[in-house]
Design a protein around this ligand. Structure first.
Ligand code: R5P
Length: 284
């Protein structure tokens, strides 16, 4: 591996433990103003000091992240579809390598859609992006996307997608956690990190998911909604980070979450939920 590529990858997957905590805030590229990511700067700023790297589009990077803050950037460079459009798999590369270099990206990220109508196009795009990345020493993160078909997330399908991504030269693969996740990791010769997926019922559930993935061999997380849709996002990222980098168990991670949530200002929604409801005036 070329020096530059190795050096950039080391900013994302830390060499001391070969793990990383990537904060995903790229959702708007096809979902628009996702809940709790309506004002990206507001969501991202408090989390920045705790993330090893930040995954986002150039639009949100330029408008909503302070260029003086030294967080490594994983730049999403694919898109072209929306949640209300016909087919989420019809993505193309939308950001040039020159612009990625201009914003000092440490990695390029794009989605592949194995088994979907535009499988072929997305895989050829991955091959081409790896060609460009290799030329300039920038690693490529392949995202094994499932579009709206969340039920696709089983070990057989995800192992197939991750392996294909690695065969095409991706340096890092992001996928979903599933039962028998070892099969996915073992069949993929490059590091695998997990997305959190839609917000789970509790923080404990998300910590359990993180722990299970790490135990099964994941190299970390590229997590979004289960962090910033929590009422206490900073406490949550700290707890996730403790599992990833300090190998803590779920109970301890949850204690870290509970301890740290004390220091965070509750959101308007939470204050509203906690307010005792006024007793209805009895009619005379
Ligand atoms: C989806 O394609 C986006 O790339 C997200 O970055 C990814 O799903 C990770 O975010 P979350 O943990 O919210 O699923």
């Amino acid at each position: 591996m070329d020096w530059g590529l190795k050096n950039r990858l080391a900013k994302i997957i830390k060499p001391h433990d070969r793990r990383g905590v990537m904060l995903a805030v790229d959702h708007g590229y096809f979902l628009g103003p996702t809940e709790r990511l309506e004002v990206p700067r507001k969501t991202i700023t408090p989390l920045l000091p705790h993330a090893d790297s930040l995954m986002l589009t150039r639009g949100v990077l330029r408008t909503s992240v302070d260029a003086n803050f030294p967080v490594p950037v994983v730049l999403r460079v694919s898109g072209g579809t929306s949640i209300i459009g016909k087919d989420l798999s019809n993505e193309k590369i939308t950001t040039s390598i020159k612009d990625a270099i201009r914003v000092n990206a440490s990695a390029l990220a794009m989605s592949i859609f194995v088994g979907a109508p535009y499988e072929h196009e997305s895989l050829v795009s991955l091959g081409n992006l790896v060609n460009e990345g290799e030329e300039y020493g920038i690693p490529v993160l392949a995202v094994t996307a499932v579009g709206k078909e969340l039920e696709k997330r089983d070990a057989r399908y995800l192992a197939l997608s991750c392996r294909i991504a690695a065969e095409f030269g991706a340096h890092l693969v992001k996928t979903y956690y599933c039962e028998n996740f070892e099969k996915v990791v073992n069949a993929c010769p490059v590091p695998v990190i997990i997305a959190g997926g839609p917000k789970l019922a509790t923080e404990l559930d998300a910590l359990q998911l993180t722990y299970n993935a790490i135990q099964a061999g994941a190299s970390g997380v590229d997590m979004g909604r289960n962090i910033w849709q929590s009422e206490y996002p900073v406490a949550m990222i700290k707890a996730v980070k403790a599992i990833v980098h300090q190998n803590v168990k779920v109970k301890e991670a949850h204690e870290i979450f509970l301890k740290n949530k004390g220091g965070e200002t509750p959101t308007k929604k939470e204050i509203k939920e906690k307010k005792p409801k006024k007793a209805k005036a009895k009619s005379a």
